[in-house]
Design a protein around this ligand. Structure first.
Ligand SMILES: [Zn+2]
Length: 286
């Protein structure tokens, strides 16, 4: 009894400590082309495209950071943020939706992003919901000869994953289909799937060329070669894990085999450790 109470208290404590202190977060940015920037802070990378009349954001990190994000955008352009496009539903990419909508932005995302927000156990402010949804593709024309192509891809990280491609600038934001140089999170509870991830990354490799700047959901701006390296890791791990599974190994046994050992030091030190990437693949590979 006493032990279980102590355990409960410890859990509550760790939940409280898990509440992040955003006051220390600094927003920085990198200029990719004349009209496209990427912003870093806490959570998913933010794409910024500057059109003729307006600024367009791809994702918006966490709600407490909105003021800092907007202030940083204003150092890059005086145009108002009229559009926010989400790569998927997770709170580290959509947490600023409500604030930005209240400030006059239109929130746009795949229809499954809205659906998952509507059905979430922890309700969000209605203002966070996308007010324009699409089910496959959509193009935005920025009035300066530039465009943003939204492409819904196979369920991979979640079932609302969208790539935003800027053909005139040769830039693509891949959301959390790309964790550059690290193991990806596959949110199986939100429709995530390793096979979808591998097919989406392969598809992206057919769109990009050696000059394309790739914005990953997490990590630095990357190249086609970086994306190839990431795909190689996923494909090799999938092969090894499905082989072990086919031989009848349990998940726990598979996790003890050291199947990812050559990348664990570089890729497995962050949010997703070696056991978790093995688990995602074990549970979701066909
Ligand atoms: Zn995510």
């Amino acid at each position: 009894m006493r032990t279980s109470m102590l355990f409960t208290l410890l859990c509550i404590n760790s939940l409280l400590f898990a509440q992040r202190d955003f006051s220390k977060v600094q927003i920085t940015s990198e200029k990719i082309t004349e009209d496209v920037h990427v912003l870093f802070g806490a959570g998913g990378n933010i794409g910024l495209a500057i059109g003729k009349e307006a600024a367009y954001l791809i994702d918006d990190q966490f709600g407490p950071l909105t003021d800092k994000i907007v202030a940083h955008v204003q150092t890059l352009t005086k145009k108002p943020i009229h559009f926010v496009l989400n790569t998927h539903v997770h709170g580290d990419h959509t947490g600023g939706n409500a604030n930005l909508a209240n400030a006059g932005a239109m929130i746009i995302a795949h229809e499954n992003v809205r659906k998952r927000m509507e059905e979430a156990d922890t309700p969000r402010a209605k203002e966070a919901f996308p007010v324009v949804t699409f089910n496959d593709k959509m193009t935005l024309y920025l009035g300066n000869g530039k465009s943003i192509h939204a492409m819904h891809v196979n369920p991979a990280h979640t079932d609302g994953d969208t790539y935003y491609y800027f053909p005139e600038d040769n830039v693509i934001h891949m959301g959390d289909n790309f964790f550059s140089g690290r193991y990806p999170y596959i949110d199986i509870g939100s429709g995530g799937d390793i096979d979808g991830l591998i097919s989406n990354v392969s598809m992206a490799l057919n769109i990009v060329d050696d000059a394309t700047k790739i914005i990953p959901g997490h990590g630095s701006v990357s190249s086609k070669q970086d994306l190839k390296n990431y795909l190689d890791v996923l494909v090799t791990l999938r092969e090894r894990v499905t082989k072990a599974r086919a031989e009848g190994k349990s998940l726990e046994e598979t996790q003890k085999m050291g199947l990812s050992k050559e990348w664990d030091q570089t890729h497995g030190q962050g949010f997703i450790n070696p056991d978790r990437i093995i688990e995602f693949i074990y549970l979701s590979a066909d």
